[in-house]
Design a protein around this ligand. Sequence first.
Ligand code: S3P
Length: 177
Amino acid sequence: MTGTPSPGPAHLILIGLPGAGKSTHGRRAAKQLDRPFIDLDKRIATTHGRSVANIFAEDGEAAFRALEREATASLALEPPSIVAPGGGWMLSPENVALVKPSSTIVWLLVSPAAAVSRMGARIGLRPLLRSGNPLRTLEDLLAKRRQRYAEADAIVDTETLSWQGVVDAIAALAPPI
Ligand code: S3P
């Protein structure tokens, strides 16, 4: 057989700003659906034995993005899962190409102000937000990223729905397996 590539696994990928709740909601939706949950930043940290903050600080953002791409490629070997990558994942067309067309990408919408309040002290774990004014930084990130985030297949607004409502909406968007 030639020509037709075999379809990849049907993952559900959650994108959006830091503080959107990609990991928290993703983990719950995965439990509800009885599918595996993959936190891509954790996978990178485990594989390389270093935190994301450490990789940013010592090797820079470009090095982190290369590892992020490598971790995304590894998703091809996983059963259909709920995946939470970091907030900059969607900026790389290569990442998107690695999971398409089999996966569904869902944008978890959050305002910068709500994201700041949700992250609380955990904001200090985010290399892009740990210095300066986090609210301003998130506003800038959203302005720069909005167009890319909007290329998602679906949007779930995390501020108008209840906590469980967000989880249910994510679960309902998971591709059938
Ligand atoms: C980043 C978000 C972080 C992490 C890295 C870069 C970003 O993940 O991947 O610090 O570019 O928005 P969270 O979105 O989980 O904070």
